[in-house]
Design a protein around this ligand. Structure first.
Ligand SMILES: Nc1ncnc2c1ncn2[C@@H]1O[C@H](COP(=O)(O)OP(=O)(O)O)[C@@H](O)[C@H]1O
Ligand SMILES: [Mg+2]
Ligand SMILES: [Zn+2]
Length: 264
């Protein structure tokens, strides 16, 4: 086996010895692929000796780092999506932008807006721009809102869905406890979906907390998607004018007055 013996001999016997700066390098050979030197690097007084990495080894390590990072990113996105899906009522867990049917001009327009919202999310997020779906019941305002939430969560953002009436109950129950901690997740998430605004009947104090939450999100440019079972005109004339102003300035309004999908 003369060949193997020769190879072992070159691996063990330094062919060159460098002392560059603080490190001593013992070069035992060259990589057959990239031709860069191979060997050991000894850092004096550290008791540490490293393998000298050639370009192939450095590239491989870089690829592994990139893959690990990608896997970590995918896992984070999946976790955020699952956390968001847990906030949804059962019938909206499976809704997407793909299973929403265009039935007339309003639905076509609303679906188009929802798709563009998702595509433009990175800039809209920075601008704090949201959507306000207004119109009759049963034509997919909640469906589209939840479907947008799904896409945004899958991109790696925190999204929360809550019905306004339920939020007010949560606020009321927290009145004597720690209101700050209860409200914080709704204030801080990247996208808040506030469903069925306008039907709630809370006390002045509770309504004030809702105003405060909307105010806080608007002031910090954190987007909201709001649905409301009123025509835009009714909403503008009947609802709390401070909230109407805030939402008008921070949300694009989408009208949906198609006949209810539930009755089809
Ligand atoms: N255009 C549509 N295509 C597919 N499903 C729809 C459509 N519009 C409504 N739906 C479905 O009908 C039901 C009622 O819609 P929903 O989003 O709750 O209406 P809204 O919030 O406007 O009252 C949901 O199950 C929803 O998935
Ligand atoms: Mg709804
Ligand atoms: Zn190499």
């Amino acid at each position: 086996m003369p060949e193997i013996q020769a190879k072992e001999a070159t691996e063990q016997t330094p062919t060159t010895f460098h002392s560059s700066g603080d490190a001593h390098e013992i070069i035992t050979g060259r990589c057959p692929v990239c031709k860069e030197p191979l060997g050991k690097r000894y850092i004096p007084f550290s008791s540490l000796t490293y393998d000298i990495a050639c370009k192939c080894m450095r590239d491989k390590a870089e690829q592994e780092r990139a893959r690990e990072l990608e896997e970590k990113c995918i896992a984070t996105c999946r976790k955020l999506l699952n956390t968001y899906l847990r906030t949804l009522p059962e019938i909206y867990k499976a809704v997407t932008l793909y299973n929403y049917k265009e039935r007339d001009e309003d639905t076509r327009n609303a679906l188009g807006v929802a798709r563009r919202y998702v595509v433009k999310w990175p800039e809209l997020r920075k601008e704090g721009k949201g959507l306000l779906f207004c119109g009759t019941s049963g034509n997919g305002k909640t469906h589209l809102s939840c479907a947008i939430g799904r896409e945004v969560a899958a991109m790696g953002y925190t999204v929360r869905y809550i019905r306004t009436a339920r939020l007010l109950r949560i606020i009321k129950d927290a009145q004597l406890g720690n209101l700050e901690d209860t409200i914080a997740p709704f204030e801080r998430c990247s996208l808040l979906i506030l469903d069925d605004l306008g039907k709630e009947k809370g006390s002045d104090w509770v309504n004030e907390q809702l105003n405060e939450l909307i105010d806080c999100r608007t002031a910090n440019k954190r987007p909201m998607i709001v649905t409301c079972n009123m025509t835009p005109e009714q909403f503008a004339s009947d609802y709390d004018s401070a909230i109407v102003d805030r939402l008008n300035s921070s949300c694009y309004r989408v009208k949906l007055e198609t006949e209810s999908y539930r009755r089809l």
